[in-house]
Ligand binder design. Structure first.
Ligand SMILES: [Zn+2]
Length: 114
């Protein structure tokens, strides 16, 4: 399952350092509330976190018992900090599902189908 990142809308979040990583199914809807503090959040494209080795929030999140992972490859995540599992490796099936979702056009109206 992919990891999505969220950031608070319009304010600083003291609990999650303005960024929280959430593991979600690709078909799950984006969260509206921060799972850590309940504030309003929006999903962000997590390109930045792939480049940063250790996000500054990871250590503090770990102190509170939360785990942060970084993406190291297609469907593969390595733990940055926290009590969680050391790595997340998507199954071939998961990777395929993600790839297919990315490749798929947003909306198709198929008039031939009933
Ligand atoms: Zn928060």
């Amino acid at each position: 399952m992919p990891i999505y990142e969220y950031e608070p809308i319009d304010w600083d979040c003291p609990m999650c350092e303005n960024r929280v990583a959430v593991i979600q199914g690709i078909n799950e809807e984006a969260l509206k509330m921060c799972p850590q503090c309940g504030m309003e959040v929006r999903r962000v494209i997590s390109k930045v976190s792939i480049q940063i080795k250790k996000p500054s929030g990871a250590g503090k999140a770990a102190e509170k018992g939360f785990t942060t992972w970084k993406k190291v490859g297609q469907g593969e995540y390595e733990k940055v900090d926290g009590p969680g599992v050391d790595a997340i490796i998507a199954s071939e099936q998961d990777k395929k599902a993600v790839a297919e979702e990315k490749a798929a056009p947003k909306k198709i109206v198929d008039l031939d189908k009933p």
